[in-house]
Design a protein around this ligand. Structure first.
Ligand code: KIV
Length: 263
């Protein structure tokens, strides 16, 4: 592992940014392992990007552990962040600890959870030696309570609630906090108030780091392009073209050629 939570805290102190990317499979993790990206994150967004669900709620600990294992095998040199799925932190200590155990044993070095959970569970996990990243703002596991995937913290009371949650997460021992889809001014206030790093997604430029979703930044789904995503590659068209060239070659008999055949 080429970075630790101590390095991430130092980055904050030195005002050096942190890069984080989601990743869900072995082959992609091998590419990420050769990159300069700091944190490779197996988010429960895989329920949507890999499994085609409408939201992240159907993800279970078993599913998350399977994908975490694949990524950990592909990027053994990286800081691997796992994700605690829906309700893991809400059913009491034992179920929470079972999920933590499965994901850490799957190869994660730290885990993230959404919302503000029971402090005693959070403290117990942290005191058990497991680094925890918080996640507030537009937390996708709360999609039904929010009435959809909507920007949070737009009015004073919602902004104050998110701000207080950020302070409480630091106090409870989190080593970092994701701020998702909140106004940049609120993200700035939180970032300046915390001594742990903030990682933004749709939260503007003032956070200590940024995270993007693998399929989004590679432009793999032209039907989904939220405002906060910067697309670094248009993967959809080249892959589509390659599929059609292959189809054509098969159908007109020009594949396979002699060099593709065993003697
Ligand atoms: O699951 C996920 O990919 C996430 C990111 C949006 C931070 O939680």
């Amino acid at each position: 592992m080429n970075i630790s939570i101590l390095d991430l805290l130092t980055r904050k102190k030195e005002s050096k940014k942190i890069s984080m990317i989601t990743c869900y499979d072995y082959t992609s993790a091998k590419i990420a392992s050769k990159s300069n990206i700091d944190i490779v994150f197996i988010g429960d967004s895989l329920g949507m990007t890999m499994l085609g669900y409408k939201n992240t709620i159907p993800c279970t600990t078993e599913v998350m552990a399977l994908y975490t294992q694949a990524v950990a095998r592909g990027a053994p040199n990286k800081f691997i962040l796992g994700d605690l799925p829906f309700l893991t932190m809400r059913k009491g200590l034992e179920p929470a600890m079972n999920a933590v155990e499965k994901l850490m044993q799957a190869g994660a070095h730290a885990l993230k959870f959404e919302g503000f959970a029971d402090n005693s569970i959070l403290s117990h996990i942290v005191n058990s030696g497991v680094p925890i990243m918080g996640h507030i703002g537009m937390t996708p596991q709360f999609v039904h309570q929010f009435g959809g995937f909507r920007v949070q913290g737009k009015n004073d009371s919602s902004a104050e609630k998110i701000y207080q949650e950020a302070l409480a997460l630091e106090k409870a021992g989190c080593f970092a906090v994701v701020l998702e889809c909140i106004p940049p001014v609120l993200a700035k206030k939180i970032t300046e108030s915390l001594s742990i790093p903030t990682i933004g997604i749709g939260a503007g430029p003032h956070t200590d780091g940024q995270v993007l979703i693998w399929q989004d930044f590679l432009g793999m789904d032209p039907d989904f392009s939220p405002k906060f995503v910067k697309t670094y590659f248009n993967a959809f068209d080249p892959i589509l073209n390659a599929l059609n060239f292959y189809d054509q070659d098969v159908k007109n008999g020009s594949f396979p050629e002699p060099q593709h055949c065993y003697k």
